[in-house]
Design a protein around this ligand. Structure first.
Ligand SMILES: Nc1ncnc2c1ncn2[C@@H]1O[C@H](COP(=O)(O)OP(=O)(O)OP(=O)(O)O)[C@@H](O)[C@H]1O
Ligand SMILES: O=C(O)C1=C[C@@H](O)[C@@H](O)[C@H](O)C1
Ligand SMILES: [Mg+2]
Length: 192
């Protein structure tokens, strides 16, 4: 009997804040019959406080420690779509781990589109706030997004799949990710 390779067991969504990991993830999971997990939500649940509270109490380093642990808790999860945080896979260590333990999909979105999406949603994202905890706006928000994104792209681009999501609706982005995963699955089956 010929065994046909199916979709990977774990799919990790990566990309900048606002690229849509938490929005696309549940829809993608439903299409695949997978379970959805949001790593930020897992961290909040286990810490018993919000992300801004974690940053306020222990700085970004404390958050990154929790995030690293949360990522590794997904090791044995079967048939999961996992939305990582925007900075989770911006680390050689975490990225190499995710690349070994699942398929990593980068939702690539331009600075212009990220600014549009994040302008009303900077609150609750500590890296998009000023030193007084006020959400950045206008040119300051754009500068922060552009600087951080440029720094992070070298990690994001090492994903197994890069899905150009600019100009796509939410539903179209789900289809684009499914297309990338199907193409990968079919290429593996052809090689058998
Ligand atoms: N085409 C689109 N694809 C995805 N999200 C979109 C789109 N158009 C608008 N949005 C909105 O942009 C926001 C994307 O935010 P979301 O929380 O999903 O991003 P994220 O990648 O999970 O960010 P973070 O890293 O901060 O968790 C949502 O409010 C979503 O409704
Ligand atoms: O891009 C980041 O570094 C972050 C993104 C969010 O998902 C959260 O994980 C947190 O706000 C940090
Ligand atoms: Mg998210």
């Amino acid at each position: 009997m010929q065994f046909l390779a199916a979709f990977p067991t774990r799919i990790y969504l990566t990309g900048f804040m606002g690229c849509g990991k938490s929005t696309i993830g549940p829809l993608l999971a439903r299409r695949l019959g997978y379970t959805f997990l949001d790593l930020d939500a897992l961290i909040v649940q286990q810490a018993g406080c919000s992300i801004p509270e974690i940053f306020a109490a222990g700085g970004e380093a404390a958050f990154r420690t929790l995030e690293r642990k949360a990522l590794r808790q997904t090791a044995m999860m079967d048939a999961y779509v996992i939305a990582t945080g925007g900075g989770t896979l911006v680390s050689d260590d975490n990225l190499a781990w995710a690349l070994r333990n699942g398929r990593v999909v980068y939702l690539q979105v331009s600075v212009d589109e990220l600014v549009r999406r994040l302008a009303p949603r900077a609150a609750g994202r500590p890296l998009l706030q000023d030193r007084y905890g006020r959400p950045l706006r206008g040119a300051a928000l754009r500068r922060r997004i552009a600087t951080l994104l440029a720094r992070r792209v070298p990690w994001y681009q090492r994903a197994h799949h890069v899905v150009a999501a600019d100009g796509l609706s939410i539903a179209e982005t789900v289809e684009a990710v499914l297309h990338a995963l199907r193409t990968y699955r079919d290429s593996r089956n052809e090689r058998r």
